[in-house]
Design a protein around this ligand. Structure first.
Ligand code: SF4
Ligand code: MG
Length: 334
């Protein structure tokens, strides 16, 4: 499995100096061509680090990263460049990643310049095609980022990521900074582009409701580990890991007085430090279903017994289908 550790000295997350942040700790995942894999978990669970390792913007500390059969784990510089065209990433904050003093046409055309593709006129034509593709007015080629709205700036980020016609697009919280009304537009755009260009996505969010409709499969992450992996509809219909169940119940309900709100699970405590993750099951200090044996050994991510679908969970005492967490006794003190 993939591992990414950081020296803990510079991190605000850590208590002790000289520790190691186990941001991603033994993750094995594959993404099929044309698939959208959703990656979900609370802030600090390691999703962004995993995403950056998958897109090879970070070099993992352990394990391997393969892209279309090629081992790209330690490729760098010139050897990574030809592959970089196929592997692109878009980020949460489109404004933060756009230089405010450069014109939008130049920003979107950067990848052509970096890779020495297309002369000036050809570049402009291709940039304008990209602007059209993502729903921007190509006549706004000479405008500056500040002249665009948040949603339009994310479209600029998407256009730039698509310039080299990548096959894999890793989207890290691409709509989290946007108004809810704009979120849907960007999600629809990404879904359309996937169809039109045959893209493969890794789609990251802390919000399960955001990844629900775009993902073929969803992986739920907790403290550097995948704790549940299933086709999207299976995950929503019959979650087996107590953490997934808690995330699902924490998703906003339309009517807070509705019967459903009684079944909300409030997770106690903070996410523990990734420097010293709890022993055994990392979720045990917060798990409403924890028993004493949960702290003894780490549960492996294994197929859910009796489930006809490709469904995996990492829990010693997985929930039964439809089991209500609210009816489960309080956790064993961690
Ligand atoms: Fe909860 Fe135990 Fe399952 Fe961990 S292994 S999720 S503590 S029931
Ligand atoms: Mg993040």
């Amino acid at each position: 499995g993939l591992v990414k550790e950081f020296p803990a000295g510079a991190s605000a997350l850590t208590g002790r100096p000289g520790g190691v942040v186990h941001a991603v700790d033994g993750v094995s995942l594959d993404v099929a061509p044309g698939e959208t894999l959703g990656l979900v978990g609370e802030t600090g669970c390691g999703k962004s680090t995993l995403a950056r390792c998958m897109a090879r913007l970070l070099e993992p500390t352990g394990g391997r990263v393969f892209f279309e059969g090629a081992d790209i784990t330690h490729l760098s510089g010139a050897r990574m460049r030809p592959l970089r065209r196929n592997l692109q990433m878009i980020f949460q904050d489109p404004f933060g990643s756009l230089n405010p003093r450069r014109r939008v046409g130049a920003i979107i055309g950067d990848p052509f310049a970096i890779h020495g593709l297309a002369g000036r006129h050809e570049r402009k034509r291709r940039v304008q095609e990209l602007m059209e593709l993502v729903g921007l007015n190509p006549e706004h080629y000479n405008r500056f980022p500040a002249e665009f709205s948040g949603g339009q700036r994310q479209r600029i980020g998407i256009a730039r990521a698509l310039a080299l016609r990548p096959r894999l697009l890793v989207c890290d919280e691409p709509v989290s900074a946007l108004d809810v009304s704009i979120q849907g537009q960007i999600i629809n755009l990404l879904a359309d582009l996937r169809q039109e260009l045959g893209l493969t996505y890794v789609f990251i969010s802390h919000d399960l409701s955001v990844v629900r409709h775009v993902s073929d499969r969803i992986a739920v992450m907790y403290l550097g580990k995948i704790v549940e992996l299933a086709p999207s509809e299976v995950l929503f219909e019959r979650p087996r890991h107590p953490y997934t169940r808690a995330l699902l119940s924490a998703a906003p309900v339309a009517d807070p007085d509705a019967a459903d709100s009684r079944r909300r699970v409030i997770l106690g405590g903070d996410v523990p430090s990734p420097v010293a993750p709890p022993p055994g099951c990392r979720f045990h200090p917060r798990c409403p279903k924890a028993r004493e044996d949960c702290a003894l050994a780490e549960p492996p991510l294994v197929p859910v017994l009796g489930d006809p679908d490709e469904h995996r969970a990492a829990c010693w005492h997985p929930l039964r289908a439809g089991e209500d967490l609210a009816a489960v006794p309080a956790p064993v003190p961690g």
